[in-house]
Design a protein around this ligand. Sequence first.
Ligand SMILES: Nc1ncnc2c1ncn2[C@@H]1O[C@H](COP(=O)(O)OP(=O)(O)OP(=O)(O)O)[C@@H](O)[C@H]1O
Length: 623
Amino acid sequence: MVSTLSHIREIERVGMGAVSPRDAPVVQSWLRCLNDYKLDPTIAQEAYIVPELKLREHREQAEELIRIGRSGLETLFNQIAEQNYVLLLSDARGVTVDFMGDPTFDNQLRRAGLYLGSEWSENRAGTCAVGACLVSGEPVIIHQDDHFDTSHIGLTCTAAPIFDTLGSLTAVLDISQLRSPTAKASQQLALHLVASTTRRIELANLMTRTRNDWVLRLARSPEFLDVDPDAAIALDGSGRITGMTHGGFGALARAMDLGGLSTRDVLGQSISQVFDIDVDDLPRFMRGRPNGERLLRARNGLVLFASAIAPAVNLRSPATPEPRVPRALRDLSRGDAAMERMLARAAKLAAKNIPILIQGETGSGKEYLARAIHDGCGGEGNFVAVNCAAVPEHLIESELFGYTPGAFTGASQKGKRGLIEEANGGTLFLDEIGDMPLALQSRLLRVLSENEVQPVGALKARPVRLRVLSASHRDLAELVKEGRFRQDLYYRLNAATLALPALREREDLGWLIDQLLSRIEKENGEIYRIDKAARAALSGYDWPGNLRELSNALRVAAALSEGGLIDLDCLPEHLFAESTTDTSQDDDDLRQALRNCGNNVSALARRLGVDRSTIHRRLKRLN
Ligand SMILES: Nc1ncnc2c1ncn2[C@@H]1O[C@H](COP(=O)(O)OP(=O)(O)OP(=O)(O)O)[C@@H](O)[C@H]1O
């Protein structure tokens, strides 16, 4: 290590204008210390630690940044702690607001100023990494006797700036060692680590502060685009730039071919002024798209890879934000307006854990919907379905509520956990709730209103936390009038109802047919095709048994198909008979049509798009 005296002499020579072999940032900082801050290199000053109260103020102001940066800092510290580095996060005034270091060296670190509360502004501490970085806004290594003050010439410090989303330098990240190899080059890796951590902290900060904006992440190569992009910019709903990381600013400045530009000049500019896209193109850059489609071309020809993250809320219609309908629910329909409205309502109600009554004709998918609500809410706990109409009345109480050992004659010695408790933490689906015996309705009401269940024979109720969904194809209001359903339970259940449309009303019947068929294909390990006439028949039928009937009809059709082709012959007769009424004429018309086809049944069948057997059957009936 150099002697104190020769270090002071060197600084003085530089002050007199001598050429120095040191890095330019070091020389510039020395000159600032001498000329601007009037520091005297012969007076050594120990590191300054701000008083406790002052430190609290600094930390409070930097609280959000400390929180956002914390995981990045911890990751960095884990990488460097073995080499006896300490980590300092300082605010824009150079005060260390977060610190990580080995507590065994606490005293030494505190004396050296590598500690919480130490102030490393250039005008107080002389040339140091944090101070030089705050002035230049550039990453810097201040190694050993690069320091101005002789008290610090044992340290090596490497720092990089952290900019806020509007481009102001808001903090500095520094890693330092008390002792290090003599060569400054030994700190190059430290410089790289610090710079990449600050890049990630800026990205995390941008993502947190611009949740309602698009974020466009940029990289020179596609591999790290989604995991560790070089830069990012935030855009509002009309495509105007609202924020950026420091790298994002660099990318914009390059793309705009403008040197000496400040972030203020870039903020508010439209993305289409800089790049060959506008805001409507952003979905094309979202994750999952092939990298080839994620090339972003600047107006000046610069090419980058870009990955877009959509805003947390819909910017296009802020007054009516789209409710987030979980995938499990969205998968129940494809374009049927009534279904889509109902599913959006289901998502909202389910998120608030409100008991829901599902109404719909038999087989319209009430249980299927209940399961989708359960899955859509994270699928935690069990989904327990009870068909109140199917369980014998004398068993339903013990099935639902469970019982204690020996609660009644014939009860198991071990007692039994009821289905309500089985569903604890999950979903209880009470199908055909209209068939629930009156006496049990009041006990069910208690489960709904007080979240507790009392097994048969138990003295105390047990707390339960569950989602209760129920269904009925009966008119519960009518049952209330007849005195067969409790009014209070009805009101509680009826507060939130979901009405499933009948299959014949659904606009997405064609899609449902394909869905059900592909499920059958998976089960059977075969591929099926439906010919035109059969599809017309399936679409024309009014399906009183709804999805259950359709599903069964397709299952039978698949079994009867030859070579995987489902034609009219594979469909149940009643359905098929109806379709011929739809697709052909009345009896007279049929005779006339046959004559027109030269009494050729095959020709008429082709013309009507039905199978020959259909015509034969109709003719047989006519005779
Ligand atoms: N969206 C759907 N997609 C595919 N299959 C469905 C869908 N909805 C229901 N199904 C199928 O239709 C059949 C009837 O559904 P579900 O049992 O849910 O109807 P339900 O209204 O509860 O009937 P019920 O009134 O008789 O209790 C089941 O085989 C189910 O798998």
